[in-house]
Write a protein that binds this ligand. Sequence first.
Ligand code: TXA
Ligand code: MG
Length: 331
Amino acid sequence: MTPSDADYQRAVDLLIAGELVAIPTETVYGLGADAANPAAVVKIFAAKGRPADHPLIVHLAGHDAVDHWAEQVPAVAWELMETFWPGPLTLILKKQAWVPDAVTGGQDTVGLRVPGHPVALELLRRFARVKGEHAGIAAPSANRFGRISPTTAAHVAEELGDVVPLILDGGPCKVGIESTIIDCSRGEPVVLRPGHISPAHLEAVLGRQPQIETSQGAPRVSGSLEAHYAPSTPLRIVAGERLLDFINAQRHRGGQCAVISANQPPQAGMPHAWRLMPADPVGYAHDLYAALRDMDHAGVDLIVVEALPQGQEWAAVADRLRRAAAGAGQG
Ligand code: TXA
Ligand code: MG
């Protein structure tokens, strides 16, 4: 799944012209615009139906561009970049004065990330060759606001095909959930959004357990809104030992459910759609959004997700599922 030279050229031309391009990253697909062009960035918000005070992540081709966008970058941020970039880590840093408010939601910080996907990196490098070496692409996940993030080019087409002039196809996303976000702008690094890079990974670099922000509801991080990553079908999380009873009760009421679970169906011949998930958190995260999307299209009344195991390694997946349950059934 490699875009042709002509695809890259078209993508660069669109970005330079202030238009949108959907791009693959290793986490999820992004809806990209030239981050230094406020008029282009505004189109992202319009396409997604996203409130304008929600800041965007600026994607860069490499560490060299960081000082152009951020100031007072602390040593710990450089250590994190050296360890995890290119990769699924976003750092929140004090912004340079020139960085457009459209990107930062009017805050004095900016989110930066060097993505670990060859197509994203190639596009960023080609864009920088034309636009200037520090060029960045602002990109939120390429879904309508509050909906499930896309992990394939087909998902993007389904969400935004009518409003994005070009979707670069880089195949299915390896990680499958959004980047870990760490705020390094306020002294001690604080995890704002859990992701593939886990607290254990971070502890190995920081030498101590990272702080994890728990306050909910503030729009600083749009992922921190309760209702997010949500299917249109209502979704319930049900403990494994109650699952069979729950499904049977639904059935007696005439309701059809689809089940997402890391375990085999408890009895043969169950009439429901059953999506078997990998039993490890990395595999589960990889499949999560595609599973939610498939089950949302299954024509059922309810999506039932078997509760996850406890444990830090499941934190990122648990976070996405909790938000999916909070926002489901509203569309
Ligand atoms: O993996 C990802 O991070 C994907 C890919 C495309 O890179 N992007 C993504 O973007 O998930 P989005 O907009 O869906 O989520 C970005 C998060 C939002 O919750 C936003 O509020 C937060 O990053 N963010 C960006 N800049 C910020 C800032 N200056 N301060 C606090 N949060 C920020
Ligand atoms: Mg998003």
